[in-house]
Ligand binder design. Structure first.
Ligand code: G3P
Length: 217
């Protein structure tokens, strides 16, 4: 499973990259605003800075909601760096723009996906990634992980190559469950990724090994 980090925070991106397990980055307008990155020029420069830190795919979201605007913004974003993946909202014009970019060989990530039907349309339009938001579904008492399973089944039935990118991952168990179900990618916060490291028996075992080594030396 690929690991993406879901943040625009450069320090956190660098920390995940230094761990050696990072395959890419996802951002969205809210995550940019959270870091105080505003204005078209600053946002573009921030995408460039992120691409300099990581080697993999970096999702950059369009703001336009009409086809022409999405194409204009997406082409400008894609021209910044070959690592850029154009992130498009799951609306009719987003699907049209997805097909447009797929035909041009530009990578896309269909975002704000909350149903299997939406994921199927994204795959048919040639999306590189489809992003079901599992945490936001859980927030409204709907089974986010169940949606990942449904999409996995549908994509496998027809051999769609669109990768299932589990998004709105909130904690460590989301990552483990997504891996069991067969999500191709997960994007989550650094805290959820770091949580995978933790086990008290590891800490206890290491302390004992070091204490025993000291006794013998
Ligand atoms: O990847 C999508 C993500 O940024 C949304 O996460 O926690 O705001 O639902 P969240």
């Amino acid at each position: 499973m690929k690991f993406f980090i879901d943040t625009a925070n450069l320090d956190q991106i660098k920390e995940a990259q230094a761990l050696g397990i990072l395959d890419g980055v996802t951002t969205n307008p809210s995550l940019m605003a959270k870091e105080g990155i505003t204005g078209a020029e600053n946002i573009v420069n921030h995408y460039k800075a992120i691409c300099d830190v990581v080697e993999g795919d970096v999702s950059a979201e369009v703001i336009a909601t009409d086809f022409e605007g999405m194409v204009r913004e997406g082409e400008a974003l894609a021209a910044l760096n070959p690592q850029i993946v154009v992130k498009l909202p799951m609306i009719a014009d987003g699907v049209k723009a997805c097909k447009y970019f797929a035909d041009k060989g530009i990578k896309t990530n269909m975002t704000l996906v909350f149903s299997a039907g939406q994921a199927l349309l994204a795959a048919k339009a040639g999306a590189t990634y489809v992003s079901p938001f599992i945490g936001r579904l859980d927030d409204v008492s709907t089974d986010g992980l169940g949606l990942i399973s449904e999409i996995r089944l549908i994509f496998d039935n027809y051999g769609y190559t669109t990768e299932i990118l589990a998004a709105s991952v909130r904690h460590t168990m989301h990552i483990i469950d997504c891996a069991k179900i067969g999500a191709d990618v997960m994007t989550g916060p650094l805290s959820a990724i770091s949580g995978l490291l933790k086990h008290p028996l590891t800490d206890i075992g290491l302390a004992k090994f070091l204490a025993d080594f000291k006794k013998g030396n």
